[in-house]
Write a protein that binds this ligand. Structure first.
Ligand code: AMP
Length: 484
Protein backbone atom coordinates (compact mmCIF):
# COMPACT_ATOMS: atom_id res chain seq x y z
CA UNK A 1 0.00 0.00 0.00
CA UNK A 2 1.35 3.44 -0.92
CA UNK A 3 0.42 6.89 0.36
CA UNK A 4 -0.91 7.76 -3.09
CA UNK A 5 -3.20 4.69 -3.05
CA UNK A 6 -4.74 6.01 0.17
CA UNK A 7 -6.04 9.02 -1.74
CA UNK A 8 -3.39 11.62 -0.99
CA UNK A 9 -2.35 13.98 -3.72
CA UNK A 10 1.12 14.41 -5.14
CA UNK A 11 2.47 17.24 -2.93
CA UNK A 12 1.61 15.27 0.21
CA UNK A 13 2.96 11.99 -1.15
CA UNK A 14 6.15 13.83 -2.06
CA UNK A 15 6.45 15.26 1.46
CA UNK A 16 6.12 11.73 2.89
CA UNK A 17 8.86 10.53 0.58
CA UNK A 18 11.06 13.49 1.55
CA UNK A 19 10.60 12.50 5.20
CA UNK A 20 11.70 8.96 4.44
CA UNK A 21 8.31 7.27 4.79
CA UNK A 22 7.90 4.51 2.23
CA UNK A 23 4.86 2.66 3.56
CA UNK A 24 1.91 3.91 5.59
CA UNK A 25 1.67 2.50 9.12
CA UNK A 26 -1.50 0.55 10.05
CA UNK A 27 -3.15 3.57 11.68
CA UNK A 28 -2.37 5.63 8.58
CA UNK A 29 -3.77 2.94 6.26
CA UNK A 30 -7.03 3.01 8.19
CA UNK A 31 -7.32 6.63 9.27
CA UNK A 32 -6.33 8.43 6.06
CA UNK A 33 -9.19 7.13 3.84
CA UNK A 34 -11.62 7.47 6.75
CA UNK A 35 -10.77 11.11 7.37
CA UNK A 36 -10.80 11.80 3.64
CA UNK A 37 -14.34 10.43 3.44
CA UNK A 38 -15.47 13.14 5.84
CA UNK A 39 -16.91 10.92 8.59
CA UNK A 40 -16.10 11.29 12.27
CA UNK A 41 -13.39 9.06 13.67
CA UNK A 42 -12.78 7.42 17.01
CA UNK A 43 -9.27 6.03 16.93
CA UNK A 44 -7.58 3.90 19.54
CA UNK A 45 -3.92 4.52 18.88
CA UNK A 46 -1.02 5.79 20.84
CA UNK A 47 2.13 7.73 20.19
CA UNK A 48 4.63 5.75 18.21
CA UNK A 49 2.10 4.32 15.77
CA UNK A 50 2.38 7.17 13.28
CA UNK A 51 -1.00 8.55 14.29
CA UNK A 52 0.03 12.18 13.79
CA UNK A 53 0.49 11.70 10.06
CA UNK A 54 -2.68 9.60 10.21
CA UNK A 55 -4.73 12.70 10.83
CA UNK A 56 -2.48 15.53 9.60
CA UNK A 57 -2.11 14.19 6.06
CA UNK A 58 -5.84 13.76 5.33
CA UNK A 59 -6.61 17.10 6.98
CA UNK A 60 -4.15 18.78 4.64
CA UNK A 61 -5.68 16.89 1.73
CA UNK A 62 -9.22 17.94 2.64
CA UNK A 63 -8.21 21.57 2.99
CA UNK A 64 -6.36 21.72 -0.32
CA UNK A 65 -9.14 19.80 -2.10
CA UNK A 66 -11.67 22.38 -0.95
CA UNK A 67 -9.90 25.70 -1.25
CA UNK A 68 -11.63 28.73 0.13
CA UNK A 69 -12.80 31.45 -2.25
CA UNK A 70 -10.36 34.35 -2.64
CA UNK A 71 -10.38 36.49 0.51
CA UNK A 72 -12.58 39.53 0.51
CA UNK A 73 -10.97 42.94 0.41
CA UNK A 74 -12.15 46.31 1.63
CA UNK A 75 -10.76 49.80 1.49
CA UNK A 76 -10.20 51.33 4.91
CA UNK A 77 -10.78 54.95 5.93
CA UNK A 78 -7.27 55.86 4.76
CA UNK A 79 -7.86 54.38 1.35
CA UNK A 80 -5.71 51.32 2.00
CA UNK A 81 -6.95 48.00 0.66
CA UNK A 82 -7.35 45.51 3.51
CA UNK A 83 -7.56 41.78 2.82
CA UNK A 84 -9.62 39.70 5.24
CA UNK A 85 -7.53 37.21 7.19
CA UNK A 86 -8.00 33.57 6.21
CA UNK A 87 -10.37 31.82 8.60
CA UNK A 88 -9.25 29.01 10.88
CA UNK A 89 -10.29 25.73 9.24
CA UNK A 90 -8.78 22.98 11.38
CA UNK A 91 -8.20 22.94 15.12
CA UNK A 92 -6.07 20.30 16.84
CA UNK A 93 -6.02 20.12 20.64
CA UNK A 94 -3.16 18.36 22.42
CA UNK A 95 -2.52 17.85 26.12
CA UNK A 96 1.05 19.17 26.36
CA UNK A 97 3.12 21.97 24.96
CA UNK A 98 5.70 19.63 23.57
CA UNK A 99 3.10 17.63 21.74
CA UNK A 100 1.51 20.80 20.34
CA UNK A 101 4.91 21.92 19.04
CA UNK A 102 5.60 18.46 17.67
CA UNK A 103 2.26 18.09 15.89
CA UNK A 104 2.53 21.55 14.39
CA UNK A 105 6.05 20.76 13.21
CA UNK A 106 4.56 17.69 11.52
CA UNK A 107 1.93 19.86 9.84
CA UNK A 108 4.69 22.01 8.40
CA UNK A 109 6.73 19.07 7.23
CA UNK A 110 3.86 17.11 5.65
CA UNK A 111 2.46 20.34 4.25
CA UNK A 112 5.72 21.74 2.97
CA UNK A 113 4.63 21.55 -0.69
CA UNK A 114 1.19 23.07 -0.16
CA UNK A 115 0.17 26.59 0.72
CA UNK A 116 -1.46 26.27 4.10
CA UNK A 117 -0.49 28.13 7.21
CA UNK A 118 -0.21 26.55 10.63
CA UNK A 119 0.58 27.86 14.09
CA UNK A 120 1.04 26.27 17.50
CA UNK A 121 -0.17 28.08 20.60
CA UNK A 122 0.58 26.95 24.14
CA UNK A 123 1.53 28.37 27.49
CA UNK A 124 4.95 29.21 28.82
CA UNK A 125 5.91 31.42 25.91
CA UNK A 126 4.88 34.93 24.87
CA UNK A 127 1.20 35.56 24.13
CA UNK A 128 1.68 38.57 21.83
CA UNK A 129 3.49 36.84 18.96
CA UNK A 130 0.89 34.06 18.99
CA UNK A 131 -1.90 36.63 18.88
CA UNK A 132 -0.25 38.40 15.95
CA UNK A 133 0.12 35.13 14.04
CA UNK A 134 -3.52 34.25 14.69
CA UNK A 135 -4.73 37.65 13.59
CA UNK A 136 -2.74 37.37 10.39
CA UNK A 137 -4.76 34.26 9.52
CA UNK A 138 -4.10 30.58 10.03
CA UNK A 139 -5.55 27.49 8.35
CA UNK A 140 -4.50 24.93 10.95
CA UNK A 141 -4.08 25.67 14.63
CA UNK A 142 -2.50 23.26 17.09
CA UNK A 143 -3.09 24.25 20.70
CA UNK A 144 -3.12 23.25 24.31
CA UNK A 145 -6.49 23.98 25.91
CA UNK A 146 -5.43 26.54 28.54
CA UNK A 147 -3.61 28.91 26.20
CA UNK A 148 -6.25 28.46 23.51
CA UNK A 149 -8.93 29.68 25.90
CA UNK A 150 -6.73 32.64 26.81
CA UNK A 151 -6.79 33.51 23.13
CA UNK A 152 -10.55 33.06 23.04
CA UNK A 153 -10.87 35.48 25.92
CA UNK A 154 -8.68 38.02 24.15
CA UNK A 155 -10.65 37.46 20.94
CA UNK A 156 -7.53 36.63 19.00
CA UNK A 157 -9.00 33.42 17.66
CA UNK A 158 -12.28 32.75 15.88
CA UNK A 159 -13.70 29.22 15.69
CA UNK A 160 -16.72 30.06 13.58
CA UNK A 161 -15.32 28.55 10.38
CA UNK A 162 -13.68 25.44 11.83
CA UNK A 163 -14.31 22.49 9.51
CA UNK A 164 -12.23 19.81 11.26
CA UNK A 165 -11.60 19.37 14.96
CA UNK A 166 -9.10 16.90 16.43
CA UNK A 167 -8.73 15.84 20.04
CA UNK A 168 -5.32 14.21 20.24
CA UNK A 169 -4.41 12.02 23.20
CA UNK A 170 -7.84 12.60 24.68
CA UNK A 171 -7.20 10.23 27.57
CA UNK A 172 -4.24 12.31 28.68
CA UNK A 173 -6.27 15.46 28.40
CA UNK A 174 -8.85 14.06 30.79
CA UNK A 175 -6.12 12.80 33.13
CA UNK A 176 -4.74 16.31 33.19
CA UNK A 177 -8.08 17.82 34.11
CA UNK A 178 -8.83 19.48 30.78
CA UNK A 179 -12.41 18.23 30.42
CA UNK A 180 -14.04 21.60 31.15
CA UNK A 181 -11.69 23.41 28.81
CA UNK A 182 -12.44 20.87 26.09
CA UNK A 183 -16.18 21.33 26.57
CA UNK A 184 -15.78 25.09 26.38
CA UNK A 185 -13.85 24.81 23.13
CA UNK A 186 -16.44 22.41 21.70
CA UNK A 187 -19.24 24.79 22.62
CA UNK A 188 -17.53 27.62 20.73
CA UNK A 189 -17.45 25.80 17.39
CA UNK A 190 -20.47 25.70 15.10
CA UNK A 191 -21.75 22.19 14.39
CA UNK A 192 -21.82 23.02 10.69
CA UNK A 193 -20.74 25.67 8.24
CA UNK A 194 -22.79 26.51 5.15
CA UNK A 195 -24.69 23.29 5.65
CA UNK A 196 -21.51 21.20 5.91
CA UNK A 197 -21.14 19.41 9.22
CA UNK A 198 -17.89 19.82 11.16
CA UNK A 199 -15.75 16.68 11.12
CA UNK A 200 -14.49 15.50 14.51
CA UNK A 201 -11.64 13.13 15.20
CA UNK A 202 -10.80 11.72 18.60
CA UNK A 203 -7.56 9.87 19.29
CA UNK A 204 -6.97 8.10 22.56
CA UNK A 205 -4.65 5.34 23.68
CA UNK A 206 -7.19 4.05 26.19
CA UNK A 207 -10.98 4.07 26.43
CA UNK A 208 -12.27 4.80 29.89
CA UNK A 209 -15.94 5.53 30.51
CA UNK A 210 -15.09 9.23 30.54
CA UNK A 211 -13.59 8.97 27.07
CA UNK A 212 -16.65 7.11 25.84
CA UNK A 213 -18.90 9.83 27.24
CA UNK A 214 -16.80 12.49 25.58
CA UNK A 215 -16.81 10.58 22.29
CA UNK A 216 -20.61 10.26 22.46
CA UNK A 217 -20.88 14.01 22.86
CA UNK A 218 -18.39 14.96 20.21
CA UNK A 219 -18.70 12.35 17.49
CA UNK A 220 -21.58 11.61 15.16
CA UNK A 221 -21.77 7.99 13.94
CA UNK A 222 -18.00 7.71 14.03
CA UNK A 223 -15.97 5.06 12.33
CA UNK A 224 -13.99 3.27 15.01
CA UNK A 225 -10.42 2.19 14.44
CA UNK A 226 -8.48 0.27 17.04
CA UNK A 227 -4.79 -0.14 16.39
CA UNK A 228 -3.16 -2.57 18.76
CA UNK A 229 -0.51 -0.90 20.83
CA UNK A 230 2.59 -1.16 18.73
CA UNK A 231 4.55 -2.54 21.55
CA UNK A 232 2.19 -5.33 22.37
CA UNK A 233 2.33 -6.63 18.83
CA UNK A 234 5.71 -5.64 17.48
CA UNK A 235 8.43 -7.43 19.32
CA UNK A 236 11.06 -4.82 18.76
CA UNK A 237 11.41 -3.95 22.42
CA UNK A 238 13.29 -6.31 24.67
CA UNK A 239 11.59 -6.07 28.04
CA UNK A 240 12.88 -7.38 31.31
CA UNK A 241 12.42 -6.98 35.02
CA UNK A 242 15.24 -6.77 37.54
CA UNK A 243 13.80 -7.65 40.94
CA UNK A 244 15.59 -5.51 43.53
CA UNK A 245 15.14 -4.24 47.05
CA UNK A 246 13.48 -0.87 47.44
CA UNK A 247 16.58 0.84 48.85
CA UNK A 248 18.97 -0.69 46.32
CA UNK A 249 17.27 0.61 43.21
CA UNK A 250 19.50 3.60 42.77
CA UNK A 251 22.67 1.58 43.26
CA UNK A 252 21.41 -0.94 40.73
CA UNK A 253 20.58 1.75 38.20
CA UNK A 254 24.03 3.29 38.60
CA UNK A 255 25.59 -0.16 38.29
CA UNK A 256 23.67 -0.97 35.09
CA UNK A 257 24.46 2.34 33.45
CA UNK A 258 28.15 2.12 34.28
CA UNK A 259 28.52 -1.60 33.63
CA UNK A 260 26.95 -1.40 30.18
CA UNK A 261 28.18 2.08 29.41
CA UNK A 262 24.68 3.20 28.53
CA UNK A 263 24.14 6.62 27.09
CA UNK A 264 20.76 8.23 26.46
CA UNK A 265 18.74 6.42 29.08
CA UNK A 266 15.23 7.65 29.71
CA UNK A 267 14.35 6.83 33.30
CA UNK A 268 10.81 7.01 34.62
CA UNK A 269 10.17 8.04 38.19
CA UNK A 270 6.75 8.16 39.76
CA UNK A 271 6.85 11.68 41.15
CA UNK A 272 8.41 15.03 40.36
CA UNK A 273 10.17 15.07 43.69
CA UNK A 274 11.47 11.54 43.13
CA UNK A 275 12.69 12.52 39.66
CA UNK A 276 14.60 15.51 41.07
CA UNK A 277 16.16 13.46 43.81
CA UNK A 278 17.19 10.63 41.51
CA UNK A 279 18.71 13.02 38.95
CA UNK A 280 20.76 14.65 41.70
CA UNK A 281 21.88 11.30 43.07
CA UNK A 282 22.90 10.00 39.66
CA UNK A 283 24.82 13.18 39.04
CA UNK A 284 26.55 12.55 42.38
CA UNK A 285 27.42 9.06 41.13
CA UNK A 286 29.18 10.59 38.14
CA UNK A 287 26.35 10.03 35.65
CA UNK A 288 25.11 13.20 33.99
CA UNK A 289 21.37 13.41 34.65
CA UNK A 290 18.57 15.95 34.65
CA UNK A 291 14.96 15.80 35.73
CA UNK A 292 12.08 16.48 33.32
CA UNK A 293 8.64 17.13 34.75
CA UNK A 294 5.74 19.49 34.92
CA UNK A 295 7.18 21.68 37.68
CA UNK A 296 10.18 22.59 35.56
CA UNK A 297 9.96 25.78 33.56
CA UNK A 298 9.49 25.39 29.85
CA UNK A 299 13.01 26.74 29.38
CA UNK A 300 14.48 24.12 31.72
CA UNK A 301 12.53 21.33 30.02
CA UNK A 302 13.64 22.42 26.59
CA UNK A 303 17.26 22.74 27.74
CA UNK A 304 17.26 19.28 29.34
CA UNK A 305 15.73 17.68 26.30
CA UNK A 306 18.05 19.43 23.88
CA UNK A 307 21.08 18.21 25.84
CA UNK A 308 19.66 14.71 26.08
CA UNK A 309 18.91 14.53 22.39
CA UNK A 310 22.36 15.79 21.52
CA UNK A 311 23.78 12.94 23.61
CA UNK A 312 25.33 15.38 26.06
CA UNK A 313 23.27 14.07 28.94
CA UNK A 314 23.32 10.40 29.86
CA UNK A 315 20.08 10.20 31.76
CA UNK A 316 16.81 12.08 31.62
CA UNK A 317 14.63 11.31 34.62
CA UNK A 318 11.04 11.97 33.65
CA UNK A 319 7.58 11.67 35.10
CA UNK A 320 4.79 10.17 33.02
CA UNK A 321 2.91 13.20 31.88
CA UNK A 322 5.97 15.26 31.02
CA UNK A 323 7.36 12.32 29.09
CA UNK A 324 4.31 12.40 26.86
CA UNK A 325 5.98 14.90 24.60
CA UNK A 326 9.31 13.19 24.27
CA UNK A 327 9.99 11.84 20.83
CA UNK A 328 13.58 10.95 20.29
CA UNK A 329 14.63 8.95 17.30
CA UNK A 330 15.79 5.53 18.27
CA UNK A 331 16.08 6.01 21.98
CA UNK A 332 17.89 2.81 22.99
CA UNK A 333 16.97 2.43 26.67
CA UNK A 334 13.99 3.06 28.85
CA UNK A 335 14.21 2.26 32.54
CA UNK A 336 11.21 2.10 34.82
CA UNK A 337 12.84 3.11 38.06
CA UNK A 338 9.38 2.80 39.54
CA UNK A 339 6.49 1.08 37.85
CA UNK A 340 3.60 3.31 36.86
CA UNK A 341 0.40 3.14 38.90
CA UNK A 342 -1.67 2.82 35.75
CA UNK A 343 -0.72 -0.25 33.74
CA UNK A 344 -1.38 1.44 30.37
CA UNK A 345 1.38 3.91 31.17
CA UNK A 346 3.85 1.05 31.06
CA UNK A 347 3.10 0.52 27.37
CA UNK A 348 3.33 4.20 26.79
CA UNK A 349 6.65 4.49 28.62
CA UNK A 350 8.35 1.63 26.84
CA UNK A 351 7.01 2.96 23.56
CA UNK A 352 9.58 5.74 23.92
CA UNK A 353 12.10 3.21 22.68
CA UNK A 354 11.94 1.02 19.61
CA UNK A 355 10.17 3.78 17.71
CA UNK A 356 9.54 3.64 14.00
CA UNK A 357 10.91 0.16 13.66
CA UNK A 358 14.12 0.58 15.67
CA UNK A 359 14.96 -1.91 18.39
CA UNK A 360 15.07 -0.90 22.02
CA UNK A 361 15.38 -2.17 25.55
CA UNK A 362 12.97 -1.54 28.39
CA UNK A 363 14.08 -2.46 31.88
CA UNK A 364 11.99 -2.29 35.02
CA UNK A 365 13.49 -2.20 38.49
CA UNK A 366 10.80 -3.78 40.60
CA UNK A 367 10.78 -3.99 44.38
CA UNK A 368 8.49 -6.02 46.62
CA UNK A 369 6.05 -3.10 46.97
CA UNK A 370 5.33 -3.20 43.25
CA UNK A 371 4.17 -6.79 42.89
CA UNK A 372 0.56 -5.80 42.25
CA UNK A 373 1.54 -3.17 39.69
CA UNK A 374 3.69 -5.69 37.84
CA UNK A 375 0.82 -8.19 37.77
CA UNK A 376 -1.48 -5.51 36.33
CA UNK A 377 1.05 -4.77 33.59
CA UNK A 378 1.57 -8.42 32.74
CA UNK A 379 -2.18 -8.91 32.56
CA UNK A 380 -2.48 -5.95 30.22
CA UNK A 381 0.30 -6.98 27.86
CA UNK A 382 -0.84 -10.58 28.15
CA UNK A 383 2.52 -12.03 28.96
CA UNK A 384 4.88 -12.53 31.80
CA UNK A 385 8.02 -10.39 31.70
CA UNK A 386 11.34 -12.18 32.12
CA UNK A 387 12.81 -11.62 35.60
CA UNK A 388 16.54 -11.41 35.93
CA UNK A 389 18.29 -10.88 39.25
CA UNK A 390 21.52 -8.90 38.90
CA UNK A 391 24.43 -10.35 40.81
CA UNK A 392 25.09 -8.36 43.96
CA UNK A 393 21.50 -7.09 44.00
CA UNK A 394 19.70 -10.24 45.13
CA UNK A 395 16.35 -9.63 46.77
CA UNK A 396 16.15 -9.96 50.54
CA UNK A 397 13.08 -12.18 51.13
CA UNK A 398 12.65 -10.80 54.66
CA UNK A 399 11.65 -7.37 53.37
CA UNK A 400 7.86 -6.98 53.46
CA UNK A 401 5.82 -5.04 50.95
CA UNK A 402 4.82 -1.52 51.90
CA UNK A 403 2.03 0.46 50.33
CA UNK A 404 2.98 3.13 47.86
CA UNK A 405 1.67 6.40 49.16
CA UNK A 406 0.37 9.41 47.34
CA UNK A 407 3.33 11.48 46.27
CA UNK A 408 5.46 8.38 46.10
CA UNK A 409 6.73 8.46 49.68
CA UNK A 410 6.95 5.06 51.28
CA UNK A 411 4.95 4.31 54.37
CA UNK A 412 2.14 2.32 55.83
CA UNK A 413 -1.58 2.59 55.99
CA UNK A 414 -2.25 4.29 52.68
CA UNK A 415 -5.76 3.92 51.35
CA UNK A 416 -5.97 1.51 48.46
CA UNK A 417 -6.86 3.10 45.15
CA UNK A 418 -6.59 2.21 41.53
CA UNK A 419 -5.71 4.37 38.57
CA UNK A 420 -8.25 6.45 36.68
CA UNK A 421 -11.11 4.43 35.36
CA UNK A 422 -10.16 1.38 37.34
CA UNK A 423 -11.91 -0.34 40.16
CA UNK A 424 -10.24 0.03 43.51
CA UNK A 425 -7.79 -2.78 43.92
CA UNK A 426 -6.61 -4.66 46.89
CA UNK A 427 -2.88 -4.52 46.31
CA UNK A 428 -2.52 -1.61 48.70
CA UNK A 429 -1.09 0.68 46.06
CA UNK A 430 -2.33 4.21 46.21
CA UNK A 431 -2.34 6.48 43.20
CA UNK A 432 0.11 9.29 43.69
CA UNK A 433 -1.03 12.77 42.93
CA UNK A 434 1.39 12.69 40.06
CA UNK A 435 0.93 15.47 37.57
CA UNK A 436 -2.82 15.46 37.20
CA UNK A 437 -4.57 18.75 37.59
CA UNK A 438 -1.45 20.40 38.94
CA UNK A 439 0.21 19.64 35.67
CA UNK A 440 -2.57 21.29 33.79
CA UNK A 441 -1.89 24.46 35.66
CA UNK A 442 1.81 24.38 35.15
CA UNK A 443 1.63 23.28 31.54
CA UNK A 444 -1.12 25.53 30.45
CA UNK A 445 -1.66 28.46 32.70
CA UNK A 446 1.19 29.32 34.94
CA UNK A 447 3.44 32.11 33.87
CA UNK A 448 6.76 30.80 32.70
CA UNK A 449 9.84 32.59 31.62
CA UNK A 450 9.31 33.21 27.97
CA UNK A 451 12.02 31.76 25.84
CA UNK A 452 11.28 34.56 23.45
CA UNK A 453 10.62 34.29 19.79
CA UNK A 454 7.38 34.27 17.93
CA UNK A 455 4.87 31.65 17.06
CA UNK A 456 6.18 29.71 14.14
CA UNK A 457 4.15 29.97 11.01
CA UNK A 458 3.93 27.41 8.31
CA UNK A 459 6.66 27.13 5.79
CA UNK A 460 9.66 25.32 7.30
CA UNK A 461 11.36 22.81 5.10
CA UNK A 462 11.59 19.23 6.22
CA UNK A 463 14.85 17.41 6.51
CA UNK A 464 15.24 14.65 4.05
CA UNK A 465 16.11 11.72 6.22
CA UNK A 466 15.41 8.16 6.96
CA UNK A 467 12.00 7.55 8.44
CA UNK A 468 11.79 9.51 11.65
CA UNK A 469 9.83 12.15 13.42
CA UNK A 470 9.65 15.02 10.98
CA UNK A 471 11.02 18.31 12.15
CA UNK A 472 11.46 21.55 10.33
CA UNK A 473 14.99 22.11 9.13
CA UNK A 474 17.31 23.78 11.56
CA UNK A 475 15.30 23.03 14.64
CA UNK A 476 14.52 20.13 16.83
CA UNK A 477 10.94 19.49 17.79
CA UNK A 478 11.73 21.13 21.06
CA UNK A 479 13.79 24.04 20.01
CA UNK A 480 10.49 24.77 18.33
CA UNK A 481 8.77 24.93 21.65
CA UNK A 482 11.36 27.37 22.86
CA UNK A 483 10.76 29.59 19.90
CA UNK A 484 7.06 29.75 20.14
P1 AMP B 1 3.56 9.36 16.07
O1 AMP B 1 2.84 8.11 16.51
O2 AMP B 1 2.73 10.20 15.19
O3 AMP B 1 4.11 10.09 17.27
O4 AMP B 1 4.81 8.90 15.17
C1 AMP B 1 5.85 8.11 15.70
C2 AMP B 1 7.08 8.14 14.82
O5 AMP B 1 6.87 7.39 13.62
C3 AMP B 1 7.52 9.51 14.39
O6 AMP B 1 8.91 9.62 14.61
C4 AMP B 1 7.18 9.57 12.92
O7 AMP B 1 8.05 10.42 12.20
C5 AMP B 1 7.33 8.14 12.49
N1 AMP B 1 6.46 7.77 11.36
C6 AMP B 1 5.20 8.16 11.11
N2 AMP B 1 4.70 7.61 9.98
C7 AMP B 1 5.69 6.83 9.49
C8 AMP B 1 5.79 5.99 8.33
N3 AMP B 1 4.78 5.82 7.48
N4 AMP B 1 6.95 5.33 8.13
C9 AMP B 1 7.98 5.49 9.01
N5 AMP B 1 7.94 6.26 10.11
C10 AMP B 1 6.81 6.93 10.36
Amino acid sequence: MSFAALGLSEPLVRACADTGYTTPTPIQTEAIPTVLSGVDLLAGAQTGTGKTAGFVLPILERLIANPLPAPTTRTDSRGKVQTAARPLRALILTPTRELAAQVEASVRVYGKHVKLKSVAVYGGVGFGPQAAALRAGVDILVATPGRLLDHVQQRTVDFSKVEIFVLDEADRMLDMGFIHDIKRVMALMPASNNGVRRQNLLFSATFSDDIKTLADKLLDHPKTIQIAARNSTVEVIAQKVHPVDRDKKRALLTHLIKEHNWSQVLVFARTKHGANRLAEQLDGDGISAMAFHGNKSQGARTAALTKFKANKLQVLVATDIAARGIDIDQLPFVVNYELPNVAEDYIHRIGRTGRAGATGEAISLVCVDEGGLLRDIERLIKRSLPKEVVMGFEVDPRIRAEPILRGGAQGRGAPSRGGPGQAPRSTGFAKPRGEGFAAKKSFGNSPRPSTGGKPAAHGGAGRPAAARRPRPAGSSAFSGSGNR
